[in-house]
Design a protein around this ligand. Structure first.
Ligand code: PLP
Length: 400
């Protein structure tokens, strides 16, 4: 009998989305006449932009001709795509070398796989609440996690505790699920703290494209010193509607060099390169061409139209909650709105209450960590019409 990885026994059941689906289906079966509005899922609804579609068609045609057919590509990604991403960083005022960029099939894989570069006795700091992949991927390899609390007192933007030593720090900004977004001073404090501790920041910027204030950093590398202490993960899922097309990228600067226990220099860039070359055969040529097209001037403009659509929905939700005096976070530089469950409800009670009374489905905050148990996440990824209708129902239900 094989010995199994019993760390899997330590995982909490990931019943969040299946439980939401189960409760919603049970309600709809009982009340077929009452249409449910879904503002819970983190998936996009707008189609791919024209630039991406054109690049996909052209690349498919190339694959059908022996002169232009492509087989295995470079594991790190094609130069064209890496250069386009480096140029995108530059456009946002940040210098990133193309050879520090690794193209992948999305940020979920990379944020999950990055644990392989680290040992098992690190102090690993993860915010609560946050995207659950960070905790689960560490649990799967037997790592212990230290939580840092995001809460109403710190506007869900926890800051370092300078009396505590850490080795690995996860930051997600703009945050899923809270929508909270760090400013430059706050990120500088995290970078300085990481440098003091010789720690690594694993920075997830999957929602950077939702930041509309030019003063807010869209990349950790907008902060001085970050190249010496941070890996950045990004995704085209929300930026360009690639949730089904699949493409992301991870930046591992060459400056990230640490010392092994026997005194040898170890480069995280070289390690990630080795890891990817061994276990990943590259993102498809077709998808990488679509990704490169996204980062052209025209592509950025077209994606922005979809982002504006979602941002308009987020404003409808934020304006409604403001009017109803329900405290909330996010909704400006993020597709997520994180509100305090009214009347002291816990998040699952709030879920049932909204489903039963106004047929609006969201995501209970408890699914993102202990600190989410009295909060609720709505997303702006629905249609404008359904978002407006959901908020009209909110107004009727919560009007004082
Ligand atoms: N990081 C965060 C914070 C996310 O919320 C998500 C998706 O919801 C991902 C990463 C995963 O992105 P991808 O679709 O690129 O795997």
């Amino acid at each position: 009998m094989p010995k199994l990885n019993e760390n899997y026994l330590q995982l909490k059941d990931s019943y969040l989305f299946s439980e939401i689906a189960h409760r919603t289906a049970a309600y709809s079966e009982k009340h077929p006449d009452k249409p449910v509005i879904r503002l819970g899922i983190g998936d996009v609804t707008r189609p791919l932009c024209e630039c991406a579609i054109k690049a996909l068609h052209e690349s498919v045609d190339e694959m059908g001709q022996s002169a232009t057919f492509k087989g295995y590509g470079p594991e790190q990604g094609y130069a064209k795509t890496r250069d386009a991403i480096a140029a995108y960083y530059k456009r946002n005022g940040v210098e990133v070398d193309a050879d520090a960029i690794f193209i992948s099939d999305g940020a979920k894989s990379d944020t999950g796989n990055i644990t392989e570069l680290f040992g098992h006795d690190n102090v690993i700091l993860i915010p609560d609440p946050v995207y659950p992949v960070y905790v689960d991927s560490n649990t799967m390899c037997g790592n212990k996690v230290t939580y840092i609390s995001g809460n109403a007192d710190n506007d869900f933007l926890p800051m370092p505790d300078h009396s505590q030593h850490v080795d690995v720090i996860y930051i997600c900004s703009p945050n899923n699920p809270t929508g909270a977004c760090y400013n430059k001073e706050q990120l500088k404090e995290w970078v300085d703290y990481a440098l003091e501790n010789e720690a690594v920041i694993l920075y997830d910027s999957a929602y950077e494209a939702f930041i509309s204030d030019p003063e807010l950093p869209r990349s950790i590398y907008a902060i001085e010193g970050a190249r010496k202490c941070a890996i950045e993960f990004c995704s085209l899922s929300k930026t360009a509607g690639f949730t089904g097309t699949r493409c992301g990228y991870t930046v591992v600067p060459k400056e990230l060099v640490f010392t092994s226990s026997d005194g040898r220099k170890m480069s995280l860039n070289a390690m990630w390169n080795r890891r990817q070359s061994t276990k990943y055969n590259g993102t498809s040529y077709i998808v990488q061409n679509a990704a490169a097209a996204i980062f052209s001037e025209e592509g950025i403009k077209e994606c922005q139209e979809n982002l504006n659509y979602y941002k308009k929905n987020a404003k409808v939700i934020a304006d409604t909650l403001t009017e109803l005096q329900i405290p909330f976070y996010g909704g400006i530089h993020s597709p997520y709105i994180w509100f305090e469950c009214p009347n002291g409800m816990d998040s699952w009670t709030c879920f049932d209450y909204l489903l039963e009374n106004i047929q609006v489905v969201g995501t209970p905050g408890a699914g993102f960590g202990e600190n989410g148990k009295n909060y609720f996440r709505l997303t702006s990824f629905g249609t404008y019409e359904s978002t407006v209708e959901a908020m009209n129902r909110f107004k009727k239900l919560f009007a004082k």
